[in-house]
Design a protein around this ligand. Structure first.
Ligand code: PEP
Ligand code: MN
Length: 353
C-alpha cells in the first residue's frame, strides 16, 4: 500500500462516488485518490432508488469501467449487489469486493439468494445495516453471508426513523456497539455519508466513529459533487475528502493498553451502578405495593395526572443537574413502563390466587 492514510493506517477505508456515472468520472476520482490509497474504490452501478424516474445507475457497463480502474490504478473495486444476477455479473467482471445495501439487508429472501449465488466464491463483503433498527435482521444477513464468504464486514449507515432530526438517516450508535459485543471478531465500518445526507456533517460523524473505535469508514467522494446524479448533497469533493483524512483523529482500540488510572474511576462507576440497581429493585417493590392498593380500589394502573406530574418534576430536576433532557425522559419512560408491567403482573397474579 502506498500513499498517505494519515491516522487511518490500521482501519479499513472504502472511498469513491455514490454511483458510476461515466468512465471519465470514475477515472477522475480514482486518479485523485491514488495518493490516499483506499483499501477499496466504491461506485454503485445499480442504484436502488425510491422513485423509478430517478437515475438507476449505468448497469453492466459500469462494471467494465470498474474493471479498467482496477487495472489502470491498482485499486481494489467494489459495488452494490441486490440479486444473484448482480453477483454473477460482478464476478464475471472480476470485482474485488461487494456490498449489500440497506434495502437488501432488510429482506432475508434477497440476502439468502445472494448468499447462495456466492457459494464457493470467497470474496470480501460489506453488509450495511437494514433500514429499520432491527439488530437481529442485520445479524441474520451477516450469518447468511458468512456461510458463503469468510471475510464479511458490517457497515453502520444509519437508520430510517420517523424523525431523523438533522440527519438523513439516524445514527444509532448503540446498535453497532451491541453488534460488536455479540460478534467481537466482526469489523464494523461507519458510512458517515448516508447518515449525514449533507457534506458539512460528514467530518464530525467520521470523527465520532473513529473516537468510538469503529474499524473503518466508507465515504462517498466525487470529482464534481454538485453535478452528481445521485446523493449530490452528501458527496465530498476530492480536496474535502483529503482534508477529512488529514484532520481525523484516530483513537487506539487496544483494551490491553488501557491506562491504569482508569481503574480507580471504573471502580467508582461500578459502585454507583450497584446503587442504581439496588434502588431500582426497591422502586419496583414499591410498585407492587401500589398495585395492591390500586387493585383493592379497582383503580386503573395508568394514572395520567400522577405520570404527568412525575415526569415534569424529573425533567426539571434533570435540567438543574445539567443532564440531557431526552436521556432523562427516555430513562423515566422506561422505568414507568416497567413499573406498569410489574403492577400488571402483580394484579394478574393476585387474580389467579
Ligand atoms: C450507497 O452506498 O450508495 C447506498 C445506496 O447505500 P445504502 O444501502 O446504505 O443506502
Ligand atoms: Mn449513495
Amino acid at each position: 500500500m502506498n500513499g498517505s492514510r494519515f491516522g487511518l493506517t490500521d482501519r479499513l477505508l472504502v472511498a469513491g462516488p455514490c454511483a458510476a456515472e461515466s468512465r471519465e468520472q470514475l477515472r477522475a476520482v480514482a486518479s485523485s485518490l491514488r495518493d490516499v490509497s483506499a483499501d477499496w474504490f466504491r461506485a454503485g452501478v445499480w442504484k436502488p432508488r425510491t422513485r423509478p424516474s430517478s437515475f438507476e445507475g449505468v448497469g453492466e457497463k459500469g462494471l467494465e469501467w470498474l474493471a479498467e480502474i482496477r487495472k489502470e490504478f491498482g485499486l481494489r473495486v467494489c459495488t452494490e449487489v441486490a440479486s444473484p444476477y448482480h453477483v454473477e455479473q460482478c464476478l464475471a467482471h472480476g470485482l474485488d469486493a461487494l456490498w449489500i445495501g440497506a434495502r437488501t439487508t432488510t429482506n432475508p429472501f434477497s440476502v439468502q439468494d445472494i448468499a447462495d449465488a456466492l457459494r464457493g466464491v470467497d470474496i470480501p463483503l460489506f453488509v450495511k445495516n437494514p433500514l429499520n433498527p432491527d439488530l437481529k435482521l442485520w445479524i441474520g444477513a451477516i450469518e447468511r453471508l458468512s456461510a458463503s464468504c469468510s471475510e464479511v464486514h458490517a457497515v453502520h449507515r444509519g437508520f430510517s426513523l420517523v424523525d431523523n432530526g438533522i440527519y438523513r438517516q439516524t445514527p444509532l450508535w448503540q446498535l453497532p456497539v451491541e453488534l460488536k459485543r455479540l460478534m467481537p471478531g466482526l469489523k464494523i465500518l461507519c458510512d458517515p455519508s448516508h447518515i449525514a445526507g449533507r457534506r458539512d456533517l460528514v467530518f464530525p460523524l467520521a470523527q465520532k466513529a473513529m473516537r468510538l473505535g469503529f474499524d473503518g469508514l466508507m465515504i462517498e467522494v466525487h470529482d464534481n459533487p454538485d453535478a452528481a446524479r445521485t446523493d449530490a448533497m452528501q458527496q465530498l469533493d476530492i480536496s474535502s475528502f483529503k482534508r477529512l483524512l488529514k484532520d481525523l483523529e484516530v483513537s487506539n482500540t487496544d483494551e490491553d493498553k488501557d491506562d491504569l488510572s482508569l481503574e480507580e474511576l471504573r471502580g467508582r462507576i461500578d459502585d454507583i451502578d450497584l446503587q442504581l440497581l439496588s434502588l431500582l429493585g426497591k422502586r419496583m417493590k414499591l410498585s407492587e405495593k401500589v398495585a395492591e392498593i390500586k387493585r383493592e380500589n379497582n383503580m386503573s394502573i395508568f394514572r395520567l395526572k400522577r405520570w404527568d406530574v412525575l415526569l415534569t418534576d424529573r425533567m426539571e430536576r434533570a435540567e438543574r443537574l445539567k443532564l440531557n433532557r431526552e436521556f432523562v425522559k427516555d430513562l423515566f419512560e422506561l422505568i414507568h413502563e416497567q413499573s406498569m408491567e410489574v403492577q400488571d403482573r402483580f394484579i394478574g397474579g393476585m387474580e389467579k390466587n
